[in-house]
Every structure is written in structure tokens, then in C-alpha cells.
Design a protein around this ligand. Sequence first.
Ligand SMILES: Nc1ncnc2c1ncn2[C@@H]1O[C@H](COP(=O)(O)OP(=O)(O)OP(=O)(O)O)[C@@H](O)[C@H]1O
Length: 733
Amino acid sequence: MEDLENHRMQDVRPHPPPPPETAPVEKDNQAGKQKERASSLCKTPPSLIRSKNNGAEFHRGMLLGEGGFARCFEVEDENGDVYAAKTVAKASLTSTKTRNKLLGEIKVHQSMDHPNIVKFIECFEDNQNVYILLEMCSNKTLMDMHRRRKRFTEPEARYFMIQILGAVKYMHSRRVIHRDLKLGNIFLDENMHVKIGDFGLAALLLSDSERKKTICGTPNYIAPEVLFGKQDGHSLEVDIWSVGIILYAMLCGKPPFQSKEVNMIYKKIKAHDYHFPEGVVLSAEAIDLIQALLSKDPADRPSLDMIVEHPFFHGETPSHLPVTCLEGIPHWKNLTPSISRRNFRRLAVAAGIGPGSIDRDVGGPVTVKDVIQTTAPAIVEKNNLGQILPECLSPKVSATNLRGVVVSTAQEQLSKTSMRSTRSAKPLSDLPINKANTGLPTQFPVLGRARRMGEGEVPVSKKVAVAPPTSAYVISPQRKNPTFETTEPINQLRETLENVKRTLASKQSHDMYMETSGNQVYISQWVDYSNKYGMGYQLSDGCSGVYFNDGTTIVLTPDVTYFEYIVESHNPKAPRERHQYTISDGISSTLKKKLYLMKHFREYMLTNLYVAEQGVQKFSPDGQVSFLTDYLRTKHATMFRLSSGEIQFNFTDHYKMVLTDGGRTVRFMDPSRNAVAMSVAQLIHRARRTKGHQEQKAQLGAGSGEQILERMEFIAATLQGWHDRTTKATRAA
Ligand SMILES: Nc1ncnc2c1ncn2[C@@H]1O[C@H](COP(=O)(O)OP(=O)(O)OP(=O)(O)O)[C@@H](O)[C@H]1O
């Protein structure tokens, strides 16, 4: 990274300085040399883009936008998943420095995994271009929204800021400075969640004390020490400055040092010459926070955790933003102080910042130094994943190789392939198999738009907020003795589905199905902190548990008087030993530590996560406690198996299904946790009958019986894949 950092000094961003609001610069490029925008070398890619790396194919869609360096196109993979493909023409990569710059961007971005950072999916090349496949942000950037709205309200600014600060905290904890934070690099996904993107100027600090010297950034957003502190260099605080500019711009309508001339902007930054515009109503708290963020001396700027504790964040805070606010001012009802506080907490927890952040709750406070020490080597390791990097970025490739690249036009390609027209709806049985070839379908077509985060169970762990794109699923770690106790639910479910399909075909009466009590225990909240300790959960009967990474479990009764310690054994006839204790029993120091963590998890979940239906099932002190025996996380759902035989599916669109009674009955919950419990077959038939009734239809999950049937088919296929993989693992062990 050191090399990359130095190379950026010169010929990076080879376009002339466009308007100061949006264009990143490197000081060395300011000599006035008017170069062609590198992105203009990027011709429209063929309608069917084929990866040279692994032969994967993508249908190219519309142009999403253009920067100085790249053009970005919508693309769709063979599973129907849509991504943004940042496309860089190989013809623009003729200098080693430009190649290194792109390599640096890829390496840093690839190592990021945070809910508020644009997800890096993969990177590949064809003959003409390098493609960086990114999470799709369909609501564009805060810059686009700002252009239409001119100013945002303070509640909106708070909503955006919490997520921005969480993402920046994550980057900084990994010693990554973004160095180009601005409205135009803050993307919005379809749910209006913030996603920071464009790591083109990012730098990795190799030690706490390292200082960067490259003058780079976007004029309006550059911190004074970048421009005028060449001797001392700069560090993480430059991003805090840019966050201050962003907050000012969101609330005041333009950045504080805005001027027509770039040099005038720099003069104003040097003189710290900015004012709050008259005629714009700003709270005293907003002014105070902006002033703190824009402290001239980097050492005076507040830390990221201090920022979210500023009184500015005590104001009205929405839990989410409607897409209509892209165009006009939103209005909220009932944003009372307590609701706002709760919304703030949830947003902060989801972004991994502030008092509720898990780093503080479990294992004591984590200092930036701790995080740096444990995580910086991980980046270096990950950056060594040379095999996925495009060949053309290899030092072996010479400039002449790339200059000779023939840029074929879209028209030429059109005659070779036709776009989308050959694609037809596939039956579920034909669903593509994911990369790990696990037998798990990667596509689940009935899922609607994912609901907003911050409600229901929010995965707060930074590492696992979204499974890494290369591994299609995460299975519970370090199981000594993986078992899939029974295949009954799989067989039963398959049989039921066959029966349902037959009755649907024959239009028989469906009234033969029985209602069920729906009294199964299920997981009402969970926190995946398996990158450090384990999976914590709260059961609907009030018990809480942690499935530790070493395969042991602690389950605590609701009144916190008893707990069970469950250890996996190698005896296939008795796969688990269960030990009961009262809370005051003398226990070993290892167990004490686990109990301590258990209580922290419990506290955390009760304080920070969605609390609904507590005590729906009363815990019976005489009965056996249930606990989590295994879990699986995929792109479409998180699945839990409980010792009581229940199998729970939490879909990413926040619908949930709990299978019980050997797969015969199901508890179905909508995103607001309204629940119905009935036989699987009845649920499907009920859904078919309520087609026209909006309310019931919503409750049953975007509608029709066919869609419920598809969810069930997905469950059956996933269970089968899960079972096969577990059995294979057991055999291998
Ligand atoms: N993940 C995404 N989802 C949707 N659109 C995107 C995404 N990433 C980029 N874009 C669009 O493509 C444009 C160019 O992308 P980007 O800014 O990353 O390219 P660049 O050449 O590196 O830009 P810059 O000159 O700002 O560094 C963006 O302005 C945006 O309109």
C-alpha cells in the first residue's frame, strides 16, 4: 500500500478539474493540463459481458453514471441478481501508476464489510475493460438528492449522519482513511440506507503514527492539513473534517468554503473563512457540532464515538426515510423524544457506533488501538488474495499490451448476443446452484424489497452483517460433532408440498386441515457475534442463550436464576451433555467468563433490539429449556435449528417461518410480527383464498399461495442442502 500511496501523487485522475463541488483532485494534476477524461475511453460494454476469470456472464443494462475514471452500468447475473458494474477501460490503464491506483482501490474496497459501505462483490475483466461488481445503490447519491432538494431537514441529516459515522468508524478501525468523503460518494440503496463508496483515494495506514503526504481529495471537502500541512502530513482526522463539510452542506445547501475558483476555495480553507448563511434556520446543536467537526487543528476534532454523543443527536430522528424524500420534504408524525431516542439507538447499533455498539457491550470497551492491532493484519492478508485480481493489473503487463486493446462497440456485440430476450422464468427445481456447490439455491424469486434495517433482529456484528460474497453461506463455527438430528422435517415437508400441489391441481376442498396452537418456542432476537464469541439469542419464552464458537451453549432462564451449560460430546447416542446450575453455584473460571458474556448478550438484546411478543409463550420452570443447536446464514435467510426440533427461517425481507411438529405445521410471521400458526398445507391454501383481501394478503407475505409455496420449496431445498453438507462434514470428521 505504501507504494500505491506514493504513486497516487502524480498521474491519477487524469481528467481536467471539473466543477469543484464534485471532482476529486490530486494536487499534482492542477498544472492545468487538459487531459481527456479516462472514463470517456470506456465504450459501452457488450450486452453480454463474459468474465475472463471464470466465464461467468452478466447482462448489461443501462448506464448508471460516469465519474472521471469509470462508467458504471447496471448488470444482471445468471441468477437474476442485479449489481452496479464500475467499468474501467483497459485503454485508460496504460501507466503503471494508474494501474496501481485501480489496484489500490480494489484491494481496500475488497477488504471492507460494513452495512453502510457499498459492498464489493467481485472484480473481473474481459478484453476491453476491468469490471468492479458492486452492490446496487438504486437511489443514487446524496449529491443527486441534494441537487433536487437543496437542503435537508435536521432529522434527515441525523439519519444520514449516524450511518456515515458508523461506516467511517469501521474504516478507521481498520486504519483506512477514505480521503474523498463527499455527498457524491454517499450512495443510497433501494431502502434509503446509506452506503459509502468510491475508495479511489483511500489509503491504509501501516502504523498508528504513519502520516500521509499526498495532497488529494475534492476541493470543497479537503481538510486544511492536507493542503497546508505537507511537512506533518495528515491522518484519519481528514475524514472527520469532510464529515463536517457534509453536515454543513446537507443543512445549509452548499459546502462552507464554496467558491467559483478552486484557488479561492483553498484560500478560504486556509483562512478558516466560513459562515452560517442567514435565512437558514439551524439549531444551536447543529451549529455547535459543525464547528467542532471543522476545527482547524485536527487534534481538536471529536472522535467518531464522541460525535454521536453530541446533543445534536438528541433531536427528532426517524427510523427510516421514505423514497419520496428524494424529491420533497418528508413529514413525520409522532417522532416523540422517546421514539427518536429509540430510532437513534437502533440506527447507531446497526451502524456499529455509539453507546449501544456491541464492541462496548461485550468484552469491555474496545479502543481504536485494540481494533487496529487485531484487524490491520487481516486486511493485509485479504489483500493478498491475488487470484481474483484482473490479470491486466499485474505488474507484468506492459502499457503497450493495453494500448492495443480494441474497444468493440455495443453495436458489434449486439449482433453476437441478444440481451435478456432468451431469458425465461425457470421452475424452482432449475434454480442455479451457488458457487460453493452446496445444493442450496442462490435465487429466491418471491422475496420482495428488503425491509428497512433497524427493526427486528439487526445483525450488529461488523464482520457478519452480510455474508462475504465469495462464501455463499456461513455455517455455525467450530462444531465438534456436526449432526442433523433427523430428516423428518425435510421428508415431511416434501410430502406436504406434493400433496398441496396435487390438491391445488384437483381443486379439492381444503377444509380438512387443522388449526394448531402455534405454541412453539422460537428465536425472537439474535446477535451474531461469531467473529469473536458466538451467536446470542433470545427465545420467545423469555430464555436467552449463547451458542459459543467452541460449540458449547449457555441458556439462562427468564428470571436469571438458573442456567444450563451444554457441551457437545463425541457420543453419537448422546450428542450433548447438559449441566444445570443455579446462578449462585460455584463454577469454574471458564464457565464464569461464559456466563458473564451470556449476561452481556442478554443485556444487549434487551436494550437494543426489537422487543415484541415477549412472554408470548410462558416459560415453564419444570420443562426443559430449548436452545440453539445449529444455524446457517445465506443471502436470502438466516436459519436456526432448536433442540426442541423447531426450524426457523428468518427471511431477509423480514418474514419468518418456524417449522414444527416434524415439518407438518408452521408459524408464519409478517414483518410486524403478526403471526398465524397452522399446518403447512393450510397456510398455502389460506394464502390462495385471501388473494383479494389486502390486509390478510399483506400479513401472509406479498400475497399468493404460490408465493408461500415457493417459500416452502425454498425451505425444503435449503434444509436438504444443509443436511447434505452437515452429513458430509460429519463423514469427513
Ligand atoms: N454502487 C453503485 N450503484 C449505483 N450507481 C453507482 C454505483 N457506483 C457508482 N455508481 C454511479 O456511477 C458513477 C461513477 O462511479 P464512481 O464515482 O465510483 O466513478 P469514478 O470514476 O471513480 O468517479 P470519481 O471521478 O468521482 O472518482 C457514480 O457517480 C454513480 O452515478
